[in-house]
Design a protein around this ligand. Structure first.
Ligand code: FAD
Ligand code: DLZ
Ligand code: SF4
Length: 512
């Protein structure tokens, strides 16, 4: 043990001033290490805007820490001696600073966790890994909750989180409004176009962000996405401005139009806060408390506020719990044995299916799509087409600015692709064109006819939906929640069924 400083590595999604490893640290005796490294920028081929957002937010965070009196050792991606990995950079920093110990906050994925756990042996310095306390539910609490149950349903987990946080709970410990969940009120279809729609704030890139964008444009030219529309906040202050914008202008209608989709309207009444929450610029509990205050002040209805809070203390906490509970092999599950390659148009948006072109096009433009586009458009199509869920997982991890494995993987592999065999959802999120037509204005602008199942103009989602059920009857046929569609399939005559399957086969043939 030396009498050197404490070395505190802060990773790119740990941009919170009081991140666990720093909470007890003494500024005068600590060196914060921040590392832009090739491994992290290329372990998947992230969208250009995702890389630019994270690196610029890291640089701004380092500036803020320095202004607050911390010593920050910041390694840039293009530094000539950059070793390219967290481990290599921590080893170099240990040489530079001769620390007495390394304190780090646990990372957000198994891959990086394995790295951190190897450090003590490799560095010959004590390494303390602190639990990330930015979540409401600890790993131990989730494991205890899961151990006591046969089925790990989000709804019951969520109720526990409501009780634990006190959010939307009455003095009698009852749910506000006497109901836990107002989802049934949150399924309004696409709204009229003349309804005033709140657009998210756009933040003009400053000189530092422009530098990062130039570097990203050159170094990651072959990654998906464009930087032309880059307008993310890269500081806590700006992220808080977008939080305020959401609470003031979008939250009141968030519930009503949560599942709606409109052509050329990527954002609707969504918050566009996930990139900021996930890197640590925004505090999710603080955000929930502010949303709750809007309800009590009569500024937003209960269905909106409950729906929003459920996404954060329900879904977000729940998928994180599942990710760590299920272990690193979760990423390899493939309950429906789906093996098709992801079609090339997922990288270009070049398809006649208007719904897919819209969801993928805005993903390329903004590194953003809202939940129902991810689940019921791009996810649904991959599920129906039988795409290898691991390839689908990698795509989602690459293309969204908010994508980190702990949150992306259970959403993709579990919720969207049913590859965990129903751990997350009691039935697959599979649908034909009728659902998309009900919730959006897409079909009216499509070259396909959503009402047709077969023929050259038939909406591909229709035949693919029935083909998916037929193909997976052995695995899904006894699922009570699919009893009705399987009965409808059985009622069709042989010729109709053969024509639908033939239609699906011909369409799938065009994807190969
Ligand atoms: P809003 O609609 O405004 O929701 C508010 C907040 O709730 C979000 O910012 C987010 O923090 C949280 N939230 C909502 N739904 C979920 C959910 N299912 N899981 C976790 N948190 C949720 N979210 C990510 O943060 N990262 C991902 O990599 C990611 N991958 C996804 C992949 C698939 C296939 C699907 C179906 C969903 C995925 N989600 C992911 C969840 C959700 O789609 C995004 O959180 C949401 O679209 C982000 O946009 P927003 O901030 O406008 O969300
Ligand atoms: C996603 C990402 C990228 C693109 N680049 C970096 C980086 O250069 N340095 C860094 O510290 N973090 C980066 N990240 C986020 C990390 O991948 C993330 O912190 C780990 O996945 C652990 O959760
Ligand atoms: Fe999508 Fe089918 Fe509607 Fe076209 S008709 S937008 S492919 S659901």
């Amino acid at each position: 043990m030396t009498d050197g400083p404490f070395l505190i590595p802060v990773l790119g999604d740990q941009l919170t001033l009081d991140i666990a490893a720093m909470a007890e640290a003494d500024k005068a005796r600590s060196v914060i290490l921040m590392m832009e490294v090739a491994d992290e920028t290329t372990y998947v081929r992230h969208h250009k805007a995702k890389i630019a957002f994270i690196l610029s937010a890291m640089r701004h965070h380092a500036d803020r820490l320095r202004a607050l009196g911390w010593t920050v050792d910041y390694v840039r991606l293009n530094d000539p001696d950059n070793s390219g990995s967290f481990t290599g950079e921590v080893m170099r920093a240990v040489e530079r600073h001769r620390p007495c110990a390394v304190h780090v906050t646990e990372p957000g994925e198994w891959r990086v966790r394995a790295m951190l756990e190897s450090w003590e042996l490799r560095l010959d310095v004590p390494v303390v890994i602190h639990e990330d306390d930015r979540f409401l539910c600890t790993h131990a609490e989730f494991d205890t909750w899961a151990a006591a149950r046969k089925q790990l349903r989000m709804e019951f987990f969520y109720r526990d989180m409501r009780r634990k946080s006190g959010l939307l709970m009455t003095a009698e410990e009852k749910p506000e409004g006497d109901q836990w969940n107002y989802d049934a009120d949150n399924r309004k279809p696409a709204p009229p176009r003349d309804l005033l729609m709140p657009q998210p704030l756009r933040f003009a890139p400053d000189a530092e962000t422009r530098d990062v964008m130039d570097m990203v444009a050159t170094r990651f030219a072959d990654h998906i996405g464009i930087l032309d529309h880059f307008a993310f906040a890269v500081t806590q202050a700006d992220a808080q401005r977008q939080q305020q914008r959401f609470l003031d202008e979008a939250l009141p209608r968030f519930g009503d139009y949560q599942d709606a989709m409109l052509t050329d309207e990527p954002f609707l009444w969504h918050s566009i806060l996930s990139p900021y929450i996930n890197v640590g610029l925004l505090n999710p509990m603080e955000l929930c408390r502010q949303a709750e205050a809007r309800y009590h002040a009569g500024k937003a209805p209960l269905n909106a506020v409950e729906g929003f809070i459920r996404q954060i203390i329900g879904w977000r906490e729940y998928v994180r719990g599942i990710y760590w509970h299920e272990g690193p092999d979760y990423a390899r599950r493939n309950a429906l044995n789906a093996t098709r390659d992801l079609p090339g148009f997922y990288w270009t948006g070049d398809t006649d299916m208007h719904c897919m072109a819209q969801a993928i096009g805005q993903t390329i433009d903004h590194a953003y799509a809202h939940h129902i586009q991810r689940l019921m458009i791009t996810g649904n199509f991959a599920l129906l087409a039988g795409v290898d869920p691991h390839q689908v997982h990698i795509w989602y991890l690459e293309v969204y600015a908010d994508a980190y494995e702990w949150v992306e993987l259970p959403n993709t592999l579990g919720m969207s692709q049913f590859a965990d065999g129903g751990l997350l959802g009691s039935k697959p999120y599979a649908s034909g064109g009728a659902y998309i037509n009900r919730m959006s204005d897409y079909c009216g602008q499509c070259r396909y006819d959503v009402k047709q199942r077969v023929g050259p103009d038939a909406c591909p989602f229709n035949a693919l939906y029935w083909d998916f059920l037929a193909r997976n009857e052995r695995t899904l046929g006894r699922n009570v929640r699919l009893a009705l569609p399987y009965r409808n399939w059985a009622r069709m005559d042989d010729d109709t069924r053969a024509a639908i399957r033939d239609q699906a086969a011909r369409f799938l043939g065009t994807l190969d």
